[in-house]
Design a protein around this ligand. Structure first.
Ligand SMILES: [Zn+2]
Length: 300
């Protein structure tokens, strides 16, 4: 999958009526359509409606993708929402709708669940489960299809390759808590985030298990990078997992040290976060050393 001029190549593009201004997207927001499952039903509604709703991408139950808004233009998919101190996610996000029936109730027989639009779905055929979570409340929820998940992974890989400002993947309930419940509890957000944001990375716990505590946490290092800043990363790898950048000269405490794929990494604290940096771009300092005076702010 490739993008050209903000459009995914090789899939239908039907321009939505309701569009916003130019955006620099930093997150992808995943939604459920909470609609009938018929191929194109949700897409035709999102393309033109009187509710002023729109979205960038729709993924059908069979994995077919349709795009309706270019990736550098905002769409009306998130509504009232907040992300890490920013309000109004429509102006900094790309929306993807997965065709799904949304929250369902018990059906007229023990083998079915009933959607808000009155259709009943066979529990076994649609992988429906009763689940209660703090974020969703309780409900009967329809599983996503394998084809949808494969299409979503390909789309996310292509998006993160094409749009360098993208940093995170969230669900609608995460940015509009209490107001929205999509995606449903069966959506594998964590594994998708690990695969897209971390690619083949070790997850945090594995990286911790494979590294060792630094002595008492009072080991300090000064950032000594050839450029102006050093990338602090979520995991010890060069995949797209940069959390923030640390200016040259800053002194930081080392929490853990470990060797990953032949390279020595430090887990450090900086600006209230923990992350990994390449050890060779640091110079060792001992806090207890006589005459040590932090020339720069120490950020814990
Ligand atoms: Zn939504």
């Amino acid at each position: 999958m490739k993008f050209l001029h903000h459009k995914l190549q090789g899939v239908p593009f039907n321009l939505a009526r309701h569009r916003r201004g130019k955006i620099t997207p930093i997150v992808v927001v995943i939604h459920d359509t909470a609609s009938s499952l018929g191929h194109g039903d949700a897409a035709r509604y999102l393309e033109d409606n009187n509710a002023k709703t729109s979205v960038h991408f729709i993924i059908e139950r069979n994995g077919a993708i349709e795009q309706q808004v270019p990736t550098n233009v905002g769409a009306n998919h998130a509504g009232r929402s907040h992300y890490h101190g920013l309000d109004g996610a429509n102006d900094f996000s790309i929306g993807i709708e997965l065709v799904n029936a949304g929250r369902m109730t018990k059906g007229s027989s023990s083998r079915t669940a009933r959607a808000w639009f009155k259709t009943e779905f066979d529990i076994d055929d649609y992988g429906i489960q009763f689940i209660k979570t703090p974020e969703h409340g309780e409900g009967w929820w329809m599983d996503y299809t394998e084809e949808q998940m494969e299409a979503l992974m390909e789309l996310l890989h292509a998006l993160f390759d094409y749009v360098p400002s993208l940093k995170d993947i969230v669900t609608h309930w995460y940015i509009s808590p209490g107001r929205k419940v999509d995606t449903n509890p069966l959506f594998p957000l964590n594994s998708i985030k690990a695969r897209i944001l971390g690619r083949d990375d070790l997850i945090t716990k594995e990286a911790d298990d494979l590294s060792e505590w630094s002595s008492d946490g009072d080991d300090l290092v000064r950032i000594e990078v050839p450029g102006d800043q050093l990338n602090m990363r979520r995991w010890p790898s060069f995949n797209p997992n940069v959390i923030t950048q640390i200016p040259k000269g800053v002194v930081v405490p080392v929490i853990r040290a470990g060797t990953f794929q032949g390279r020595c990494w430090f887990k450090i604290q900086y600006a209230g976060q923990e992350g990994w940096i390449v050890a060779k771009y640091t110079a060792e300092i001992r806090a207890s050393s006589a005459g040590f005076q932090p020339a720069f702010e120490v950020s814990f």
